[in-house]
Design a protein around this ligand. Structure first.
Ligand code: NAP
Length: 442
C-alpha cells in the first residue's frame, strides 16, 4: 500500500497550525505532517505577537495545541530552514511543503534619524515584551529606561498594543506571562506622555473599535485626542464606531498623576532629531483628499521624544530558496509560483501568502484554501524516496524539539509562573528553553 502523503509545514504559528489541522483532520487523502518551527516553541504570533495583557486572546494557544497532539502531526521545533535544512532538503524529504513562516520583518519609515538609539520598530518592542529569544534586550531596555515622552508612529492595532502595554501600571500586568525582567523594566520606565501619529484622518485608522475602547479604560493613563476630523459621518459601521469612541476621548482632560495617551491624526513624521539619541520628532501636518489620498502641508512642529516606535506594519522576507516579491511569495490560491508558473508540491498560507493583515482567525480560512489546493493536487504529486526528516536532522547533529520536549518547556513555564503566583511565565532565553526541552533542567 502506498504510504501517506508526507507534508512539511514550515512555521508553527496560527497559519501553519491551521494548515496542519486541515491536513490531518480530513479522511480523503492519508497524510502525515511535520510542523517545523525555527523556535523551540510553537504558536508563532499567538505567543510572540498577541499582547500579553490580552490573556483571553493568548488562550487561543490552548485550542491550537490540540493539533499538536494529533497522531498525524509531528511538531519539529528549533529547526531553521536555511541553517539546518534547505528548501531543496525539504523537497527531497517531503511530497509537499507548505510555507507559513509569516512576515516577521518591520517596515521602515525611511526618514532621517530612524537608526538613532531610542528609535525602535514595534516588532522590537513586541518581541521583547513577549519574551522572544531573538529580542534585542539591551537596545529596548536602554530606550525604555529614559522613555518619558514616547511617540508611536501608526494607528493600527499593533500601535495600540504597544501604547497600552507601556501605559499600564504594574498591577495590571502582574498576572500576564511576561518574563520578570520585562515587568521590572516596564514598572521602572518613566513614561508620562504617549503620542500616536496617524498620517491620515481618524476615519482612515486601521485599528479596531474594541482595541481602541480599551485605551479609554486604563487605570494609570487617560486617552486623549483632538476633535479634528471627528465630525465626519461614516456609513461604514466599524469607522462610525471608531469615531464615536474617539469623540469620547476628545472630551477627556489630562489628569494629574496619570500618564496620557494622545491620538493625533493628520500628522506624519518627517525626521527624528537628536545627535547621540532621539530627542524629538519633526511632524508635518497632512491633508487627506476625498479619495483618502495624503499630501503634506509643509506645516511642521517638533514633538519631544525619548522613544520613537514605528508601528507601521510587518514585512515578509525571503527564505533561502524561496523569494518574496513585495513582501509575499507569488502564489495562486496558495500554490507557489516560480517564474510565473505553478511549482508543483510547494504551497503558502498566512501572512507570507496574503500579506500582514487580518486577525488570527483569518488564517483558518486562508490555510483551508491552500490545503484544498494541495489535496486536489495530491494524485499528481510524486512520492519522494527521502529519509525521515527528523532522522536527517539528527544525523546532521541537530536536536529538534519534538512534542514531548515542548511539553517539558510548557511544564517549566507553568512552574516558573507558580513561583510568583502566576499561571505561567514565558522563558525567553533560547539556551534555557533548549535545556528544559532536552531534560538538563528538569
Ligand atoms: P496596520 O493595521 O496595517 O497599521 C499600520 C499603520 O501604520 C497604519 O496606521 C498606516 O497608515 C501606518 N503607516 C504605514 N506606513 C507609514 C509611514 N511610512 N508613515 C506613517 N505611518 C505609516 O498594521 P499593524 O498595526 O502592524 O497590524 C497588522 C495586522 O495585525 C492588522 O491586520 C491588525 O489588525 C492585526 N492585529 C490585530 C490585533 C488585535 O486584534 N488585537 C493586534 C495586533 C495586530 P496608513 O493606513 O495611512 O497606511
Amino acid at each position: 500500500m502506498e504510504r501517506p502523503l508526507r507534508v512539511a509545514v514550515v512555521g508553527a504559528g496560527p497559519a501553519g497550525i491551521y494548515a496542519a489541522e486541515a491536513l490531518a483532520g480530513q479522511d480523503d487523502v492519508p497524510v502525515t505532517v511535520d510542523l517545523l518551527d525555527r523556535l523551540p516553541t510553537p504558536f508563532g504570533l499567538v505567543r510572540h505577537g498577541i499582547a500579553p495583557d490580552h490573556t483571553k486572546m493568548r488562550a487561543l494557544a490552548d485550542t491550537l495545541r490540540h493539533t499538536l497532539d494529533h497522531p498525524g502531526v509531528r511538531f519539529v521545533g528549533d529547526v531553521e530552514v536555511g541553517r539546518d535544512l534547505s528548501v531543496a532538503d525539504l523537497r527531497a524529504h517531503c511530497d509537499a511543503v507548505v510555507f507559513t513562516h509569516g512576515a516577521s520583518g518591520a517596515r521602515r519609515l525611511g526618514i532621517e534619524g530612524e537608526d538613532l538609539p531610542g528609535s525602535l520598530a514595534a516588532t522590537d518592542v513586541v518581541a521583547w515584551y513577549t519574551g522572544h529569544p531573538d529580542a534585542d534586550r539591551a537596545r529596548v531596555e536602554a530606550a525604555l529606561a529614559r522613555a518619558r515622552d514616547v511617540v508611536l508612529v501608526g494607528v493600527g492595532n499593533v500601535a495600540l498594543d504597544v501604547a497600552r502595554v507601556l501605559a499600564r501600571c504594574p498591577a495590571e500586568l502582574e498576572q500576564t506571562d511576561m518574563p520578570q525582567h520585562v515587568l521590572d523594566v516596564l514598572a521602572a520606565a518613566p513614561v508620562e506622555r504617549i503620542t500616536l501619529l496617524g498620517r491620515r484622518g481618524p476615519a482612515q485608522a486601521t485599528f479596531t473599535t474594541q482595541e481602541l475602547r480599551e485605551l479609554g479604560h486604563l487605570s494609570a493613563a487617560v486617552a486623549l485626542t483632538d476633535p479634528d476630523g471627528l465630525d465626519e459621518e461614516s456609513e461604514v459601521r466599524a469607522v462610525a464606531r471608531n469615531l464615536a469612541a474617539l469623540r469620547e476621548f476628545a472630551e477627556h482632560v489630562p489628569e494629574a498623576g496619570k500618564a496620557s495617551v494622545r491620538l493625533r491624526f493628520f500628522a506624519r513624521p518627517v525626521r527624528l532629531c537628536g545627535d547621540e539619541r532621539v530627542t524629538g520628532v519633526v511632524v508635518e501636518r497632512t491633508a487627506v483628499d476625498p479619495a483618502d489620498r495624503l499630501s503634506g502641508t509643509r506645516e511642521t512642529e517638533v514633538l519631544p521624544a525619548d522613544l520613537v516606535v514605528a508601528a507601521i506594519g510587518y514585512q515578509g522576507h525571503d527564505l533561502p530558496g524561496l523569494a518574496v516579491e513585495g513582501g509575499t511569495v507569488p502564489n495562486e490560491g496558495g500554490r507557489v509560483l516560480r517564474d510565473g508558473a505553478v511549482s508543483p508540491g510547494e504551497y503558502v498560507a498566512g501572512w507570507i501568502k496574503r500579506g500582514p493583515t487580518g486577525v488570527v482567525g483569518t488564517n483558518k480560512h486562508d490555510a483551508r484554501e491552500t490545503v484544498a489546493a494541495l489535496l486536489a493536487d495530491s494524485p499528481t504529486l510524486p512520492r519522494v524516496e527521502g529519509a525521515d526528516l527528523v532522522d536527517t536532522l539528527r544525523a546532521r547533529g541537530r536536536r529538534p524539539v519534538l512534542l514531548e520536549n515542548w511539553r517539558a518547556i510548557d511544564d517549566a513555564e507553568h512552574a516558573l509562573g507558580a513561583t510568583r503566583g502566576r499561571a505561567r511565565t514565558t522563558i525567553h532565553d533560547r539556551d534555557a528553553l533548549r535545556a528544559h526541552a532536552h531534560g538538563a533542567q528538569r
